[in-house]
Design a protein around this ligand. Sequence first.
Ligand SMILES: Cc1ncc(COP(=O)(O)O)c(C=O)c1O
Length: 365
Amino acid sequence: MIQTPYYLIDKLKLKRNMEIVQYVREQSGAKALLALKCFATWSVFDLMSQYMDGTTSSSLNEVKLGRLKFGGETHAYSVAWADHEIDEVLANSDKIIFNSIGQLERFEQDSVGHTRGLRLNPGVSSSEFIIADPSRPFSRLGEWDAEKVMKVIDKISGFMIHNNCENGSFELFDRMLSQIEERFGALLEQVEWVSLGGGIHFTGDGYPLDAFCARLRAFSQRYGVQVYLEPGEASITLSTSLEVTVLDTLYNGKQLAIVDSSIEAHMLDLLIYRQPAKMAACDGPHQYMVCGKSCLAGDIFGEFNFDHELKVGDRLSFIDAAGYTMVKKNWFNGVQMPSIAVRQLDGSIELVREFGFEDFVSSLS
Ligand SMILES: Cc1ncc(COP(=O)(O)O)c(C=O)c1O
């Protein structure tokens, strides 16, 4: 028995997503890069790299991780590169994508001979959350003005546009891509490759994959570009759980259960977006508010129904715990950091990483 808390990555579930990614690559001609900002647990890259073309990044560290652990094509993007990073970024990447014309011009000499791109901001997004909306007012994420971009077009060979966000609607994707074509069509005609970013939930149940692939292919043919996708969440969705144990139960007007984990430390993204965690299938007359063990008063995973009264020692499993979760885990309160386990394709479970006091100590000085 593996000591809780631990994240459990199920390779069979991951493979289901990967097979869809593969299908989209084959049918649309698009290349697929894993967005490491969403998921960077490299012990399962052996499987993922068989189905994807490489990685994309948001920092020098992610660029190096992608090159070292995933291989394939390595796209280097960051909101802003620092002078002292640029040589290593170039040495470890196949393409560098600048967020602004200012950055492109700043590093123009350093990056001569490297494949260069620029991020465009189309001013439309599918995000329901202002914090995650790349097209929010005054957004710093990419260039908006086609005229200004046209003046530097000879310095680049491609664009990156990331404006989808948890978008499960093909109609909305299609409509926004048409808006992009209207706004930036003249620019798209001038380049060789276009990355459409992440945020497209094409691995979700019922997504119209063939219409999606046809739309991508038509876009690629219209502008004569190699299309890239940067799926983060879509690559790993529903592949991973966070396994925890009940440490205490109490009644304070509601039944409460405290577990050996913390939403703030181990599923921080949910706290930021004020969304409850998802519990593995459970139902019944016993409702509990499941809480974390950190000191944060609002360290609450959510309220769930069970078919039995919870007691100390019971095991609970939060599903969909891979995206923006493991990459954001932290040592708040010194709460034991979850181990990482992998369910291999043959069903065996392998513990691939444990964290201890030394890791806690070495995370600060
Ligand atoms: C530039 C870029 N590419 C890809 C992604 C991955 O998005 P998702 O995990 O929603 O697919 C993001 C997410 O913020 C992003 O900013």
